[in-house]
Design a protein around this ligand. Structure first.
Ligand SMILES: [Zn+2]
Length: 324
C-alpha cells in the first residue's frame, strides 16, 4: 500500500533515520530541509545505467542507511528503485517527484540501461511506500522538460487504455489523466500554480494506470531513440505515438477523451500538438539506423499492444517517425 501526502509532513517519518537521499543537482534549488542526517547520492546520469545503481548500493551499504528517499524526476526515482532492487532490501522508499511525467512514484517497475540497452526491473516491492506530491517543485523546471514529461504522461495514459492488460480500474485512471492533461496543458505550460498542480496529479494517475497495464508499442519503440539520439524519454515516446496509432486504428473512445471525433482526428491533433510544442524528430537520423532501431524493439513489450505489428510495419513506422 502507498501513502500519498500533499505537503512535506511525510518528512516527519525520517526523524531518527539515516536515509540515502537519491537526487540530482536540481535538489539544491528546492531548499528542502530533512529532519535528519542524510547520505546524498547524486552520482547517476539521466536514464540511469546499471553501474550507477551499483555504486548507489555501495554507498547505502557503507553508510548503513535505513531508508531511501528519492527527490527528483523519473531518473532519480528509478535509480532509488534500482538500488532497492539490486541491494535486495526491504527498506522503505519515499518518492518526491519534481516533474509531472514519468509517474515512476506510482509504479512497481523501473527503467535502467545496461550496455546501451534498456532493461526493465519489476517487483511488487518497488512501489514506493510514501509519495509526496508538491506542485511548487515544478516551478523551476525548464519549459522543454515540462513539455517532455507532460507528453510522457499523456502517452502513458493512452497506451495503458489500449493495452491488452487494461482493466476497468486502469481505464478510469487513463480517462481521468487524459481529461486533466487536456484541460490543464495551457496553464501548466504557462507555469501557473493551478496548472502545475493538476498536471502533477494527472501524471501520478497515469502512473497508476501503467502500474496495472505496463506500456505498449510507442514506449517499446522509444527506448532506442533515447539511446541513439539522446532524446529525453517523453520526447522519444511522443514522436512514436501518432504513427503507431495510425497503424493501430480504432480506439475512438480515447479520441473522445481527447475531445476528438475519431482516431484519425486524434492522430492529426496529436501531430499538430507536437509541431506547436516544437517536439520534432531527431535531426541527425540516417536511413541506415532503421534496421538497428527495428531490431531493438522488445517483442515482449510489443505483445502488450492491442494489434500485432510485424517487422515490416515497425520499419515503416520508424521511417515515418524519422522522416528518412
Ligand atoms: Zn514513459
Amino acid at each position: 500500500m502507498q501513502e500519498t501526502y500533499y505537503d512535506f509532513s511525510a518528512f516527519e517519518l525520517l526523524k531518527d533515520k539515516k536515509p540515502l537521499l537519491v537526487c540530482d543537482d536540481a535538489f539544491d534549488s528546492f531548499n528542502i530541509k530533512l529532519p535528519c542526517e542524510v547520505i546524498r547520492f547524486s552520482d547517476f546520469t539521466p536514464n540511469p545505467v546499471y553501474e550507477d545503481i551499483q555504486s548507489g548500493v555501495d554507498v547505502l551499504k557503507k553508510n548503513g542507511c535505513d531508508f531511501i528517499v528519492a527527490i527528483g524526476g523519473g531518473s532519480s526515482i528509478d535509480t532509488a528503485k534500482g538500488i532497492k532492487f539490486f541491494h535486495q532490501t526491504d527498506l522503505p522508499v519515499m518518492a518526491v517527484p519534481t516533474t509531472s511525467g514519468t509517474g515512476s512514484e506510482a509504479t512497481h517497475f523501473a527503467a535502467i540501461y545496461k550496455n546501451g540497452e534498456k532493461r526493465s526491473i519489476s517487483d511488487e516491492k518497488l512501489l514506493p511506500e510514501y509519495v509526496v506530491l508538491r506542485a511548487d517543485m515544478l516551478k523551476t523546471l525548464p519549459i522543454y522538460q515540462k513539455k517532455c514529461t507532460m507528453l510522457d504522461a499523456l502517452c502513458q495514459a493512452i497506451e495503458s487504455w489500449w493495452s491488452k492488460k487494461a482493466t476497468k480500474k486502469s481505464i478510469i485512471y487513463s480517462k481521468t489523466a487524459i481529461a486533466l492533461i487536456v484541460a490543464n496543458m495551457e496553464s501548466y505550460l504557462k507555469n501557473d500554480d493551478d496548472g502545475n498542480e493538476k498536471m502533477l496529479y494527472a501524471s501520478h494517475i497515469a502512473g497508476k494506470a501503467i502500474n496495472i497495464t505496463t506500456t505498449t508499442a510507442p514506449h517499446a519503440m522509444s527506448y532506442k531513440l533515447t539511446a541513439l539520439y539522446g532524446l529525453p524519454h517523453g520526447h522519444a515516446v511522443a514522436i512514436c505515438l501518432p504513427k503507431v496509432w495510425r497503424q493501430t486504428k480504432n480506439y475512438n473512445n480515447i479520441a473522445d477523451a481527447l475531445g476528438k471525433k475519431n482516431h484519425k482526428d486524434a492522430v492529426l491533433f496529436f501531430e499538430e500538438m507536437l509541431l506547436k510544442l516544437d517536439i520534432l524528430p531527431p535531426q541527425n537520423a540516417k536511413a541506415d539506423d532503421v534496421d538497428l532501431l527495428t531490431d531493438s524493439v522488445d517483442p515482449q513489450r510489443l505483445s502488450n499492444h492491442p494489434v500485432p505489428l510485424d517487422r515490416d510495419t515497425i520499419k515503416k513506422m520508424y521511417r515515418e517517425i524519422l522522416g528518412v
